[in-house]
Design a binder for this molecule. Structure first.
Ligand SMILES: NC(=O)C1=CN([C@@H]2O[C@H](COP(=O)(O)OP(=O)(O)OC[C@H]3O[C@@H](n4cnc5c(N)ncnc54)[C@H](OP(=O)(O)O)[C@@H]3O)[C@@H](O)[C@H]2O)C=CC1
Ligand SMILES: Cc1cc2nc3c(=O)[nH]c(=O)nc-3n(C[C@H](O)[C@H](O)[C@H](O)COP(=O)(O)O)c2cc1C
Ligand SMILES: N[C@@H](Cc1ccc(O)c(Cl)c1)C(=O)O
Length: 292
């Protein structure tokens, strides 16, 4: 009994130390090394990026050091670009800013047809984006079929109604009040095109094994930015929409494979003649740039 009364406080102290260690163990905050796999050394991943690049080898993934041996032999060729005078560059920089500064998210789109070839070129332009290890991890699904657009609308409106009523929460809904959005998405029927951009979380090698798509989310996001600029360049409008909780159902509706995840849904067309936009202001240069 005496031994037990000495041991009990000691046990309590040991237990406290163990619990304390588990709870307050220092967390990795920046760079962490993923677990080593059969593939041997694997790249380090920036945890802050929250990109779901698949870098751990599974049974069906390629375990060779390089995903494609052919590309090790890729020749390097001379590169040059036409050089602008300082004056011309200044003018071009102003003109491009003025063009892009007119871009707005437009939720009232005209049903007027848009030439298909213009859409093809806009997507070609998006496909010029840089990508991790030149993996080009994007799929642009262009929907012009009336019935398919309607199916997309029904699905999105069903989920968005639940988003506004339950999932987004009061704060988010209040923050959006000034933009006057809700779950009714007429533009999904009316716009001549819907472009759904999917990121490929991995690819497939000629031997059927998985191909790593490094930084796929950032790569596809850059490509979407270029796509928005290309639309603006030809006088088309869109709204950068991210329909919460619709990704997996839209993927199935559009018969896309399991390695693809929806990033954005862009209705595309000319602005409706009575279109309105919220009178938002943009931050001035001094607020967004730090010159060191
Ligand atoms: N969820 C995300 O990480 C991202 C979502 N988006 C876009 O934001 C919108 C709302 O997304 P969400 O609320 O997740 O609803 P979704 O319906 O698009 O996604 C539901 C689940 O599917 C998976 N998923 C779908 N799209 C992505 C994606 N692009 N990147 C990583 N995982 C994805 C995730 O599960 P799991 O991780 O188990 O695969 C997610 O929790 C959609 O337009 C989506 O495409 C854009 C970038 C990232
Ligand atoms: C990542 C991202 C997600 C967005 N999601 C939506 C969305 O789901 N629905 C929508 O109507 N607008 C969406 N927008 C558009 C923003 O509301 C819009 O960009 C913002 O109000 C500024 O207006 P502007 O695009 O006209 O400059 C999104 C924009 C971004 C960049
Ligand atoms: N996806 C909803 C809500 C929404 C609207 C506008 C936004 O900028 C954001 Cl971030 C979300 C919708 O399309 O209404």
């Amino acid at each position: 009994m005496a031994l037990l009364s000495i041991l009990t406080p000691a046990l309590v102290v040991v237990l406290c130390l163990v619990i304390g260690f588990i709870l307050f163990k220092p967390q990795e905050t920046t760079w962490t090394s993923p677990p080593q796999t059969t593939a041997g050394s694997r790249p380090w991943v920036d945890q802050d990026l929250q990109d779901d690049t698949e870098i751990t080898a599974t049974e069906d993934e390629d375990v060779d050091l390089a995903d494609s041996h052919e590309e090790e032999e890729l020749p390097h060729v001379a590169f040059s670009l036409p050089r602008h005078t300082e004056e011309a560059a200044l003018k071009r920089s102003k003109d491009f800013y003025n063009l892009m500064n007119q871009r707005r998210s437009v939720r009232f789109i005209s049903p007027e047809p848009v030439p298909r070839k213009v859409i093809d070129n806009v997507i070609r332009t998006a496909g010029t984006a840089p990508s991790g290890a030149h993996t080009e991890p994007w799929t642009f699904v262009v929907v012009s079929d009336t019935e398919m657009k309607h199916q997309v609308r029904l699905l999105v409106e069903e989920e968005e109604e639940m988003n506004y009523r339950q999932r987004m929460g009061d704060k988010w809904v209040q923050d959006l009040a000034k933009i006057r959005t809700n779950w009714v998405k007429e533009y999904l029927d009316v716009a001549p095109y819907l472009i759904l951009i999917f990121k490929q979380t991995y690819g497939t090698l000629p031997n059927g094994k998985k191909k790593t798509h490094y930084y796929n989310e950032i790569s596809v996001s850059i490509s979407c930015g270029i796509l928005l600029a290309a639309l603006q360049n030809v006088g088309l409008v869109t709204v950068t929409s991210t329909p919460l909780n619709c990704g997996p159902r839209l993927r199935l509706l559009l018969k896309r494979p399991a390695n693809e995840k929806l990033l954005l849904l862009l209705p595309v067309g000319y602005p409706a003649s009575d279109a309105t936009v919220p009178d938002l202001k943009r931050k001035p240069l001094e607020e967004i740039m730090v010159h060191v």
